[in-house]
Design a protein around this ligand. Structure first.
Ligand code: MN
Length: 311
């Protein structure tokens, strides 16, 4: 039976706001763990990593705040150790954000653990309204939550690249971006390098979920047996998930996202996920809380189902 290891990373500084740091406690208070247990899953709640909350100081536009960088980096290192331990002890890590900068730690830990086991490095599936491919040179905001994808794929990002290290890196030819619809110019240049697969929401609408997600998982497992999923709640259209830091209209509705998540999680190669960017303070009528819980339950359900089907 799959053992899910829940890891909370309550950081919000990387998004320029603090609301996302409230997400792990909001999800636990809503009964996430007991819901997963009553769904029949084995769950180990590892609690939250320690985070020093730092306010942004006066900065030139687009500059990275040094205090935030240091606090975020410390939280990422802890997340990295926890996902690494989870994989090494046979668990399936589900890291709950927090802002998306945490992926530099959580996903690096997954890759590092596989390399330590002498297994193939995993591929990457990034399901997000954004691509998070900025660096210090390209970012318009200085917000670290837009740089974790770049750091994981080998672009140099202050602090986050040190967290990723050489053993936590993902290969660009094994990376797929699903449904990003708001990219800055520098991110677009990185995407246009053609090294990663970019499946747009228009592709999903014209070719259907099954085909589009199939292309993404195929790329994330090109020449490797495993992959990690980074799920950003803001990929869901704001009509179903308004509680995020950076809402972008024109995304897939929750039912489409759940279909995609089911297909991704039913893939044998998936070994770890993070679910990030839920901001309870911006939520309306607990819509995003409910959507986030549905996504996590769908992930757990599909993984458990595929694992029991195989044994
Ligand atoms: Mn993101």
């Amino acid at each position: 039976m799959v053992r899910f290891d829940l890891i909370g990373v309550p950081i919000g500084m990387g998004g320029g706001h603090h609301g996302t740091r409230e997400a792990p406690v909001a999800l636990r208070d809503a009964g996430l763990v007991s819901m997963l247990l009553s769904d029949g899953h084995q769950v180990r709640d590892l609690g939250d990593v320690d985070v020093d909350h730092v306010d942004r100081t006066e900065q030139a536009e687009g500059a990275i705040d040094q205090g935030i960088l240091e606090a975020t980096t410390r939280a990422c290192h802890q997340a990295r150790r926890l996902t690494m331990d989870s994989i090494q002890s046979g668990g399936f890590p589900i890291t709950i954000g927090g802002d998306h900068s945490l992926a530099a730690g959580s996903l690096a830990g997954i890759a590092a653990a596989r390399r330590l086991q002498d297994r193939d490095a995993p591929g990457l599936l990034w399901f997000d309204a954004h691509a998070d491919l900025n660096t210090a040179e390209t970012t318009p905001t200085g917000n670290l939550h837009g740089m974790s994808g770049a750091a994981l794929l080998g672009w140099k990002v202050p602090g986050l690249s040190e967290v990723v290290g050489t053993d936590g890196i993902y290969h660009r030819h094994q990376a797929a971006f699903l449904a990003p619809r708001d990219m800055d110019a520098g991110e677009q240049r990185h995407m246009d390098s053609g090294q990663m697969l970019h499946v747009t929401h228009d592709h999903i609408k014209s070719d259907g979920v099954v085909h589009s997600v199939g292309k993404a998982t195929e790329r994330a497992t090109a020449g490797t047996s495993s992959f990690a999923l980074s799920f950003d709640v803001d990929v869901i259209d704001p009509s179903d998930a308004p509680g995020v830091d950076t809402a972008v209209h024109g995304g897939p509705k929750l039912d489409v996202v759940l279909d995609a998540v089911r297909q991704i999680s039913s893939h044998d190669g998936l070994i770890g996920v993070d679910v990030v960017e839920f901001n309870p303070i911006n939520d309306r009528d607990d819509m995003t809380l409910g959507s986030t819980i549905e996504v996590i339950r769908m992930i757990a359900h599909s993984i458990t189902e595929r694992a029991s089907g195989r044994s």
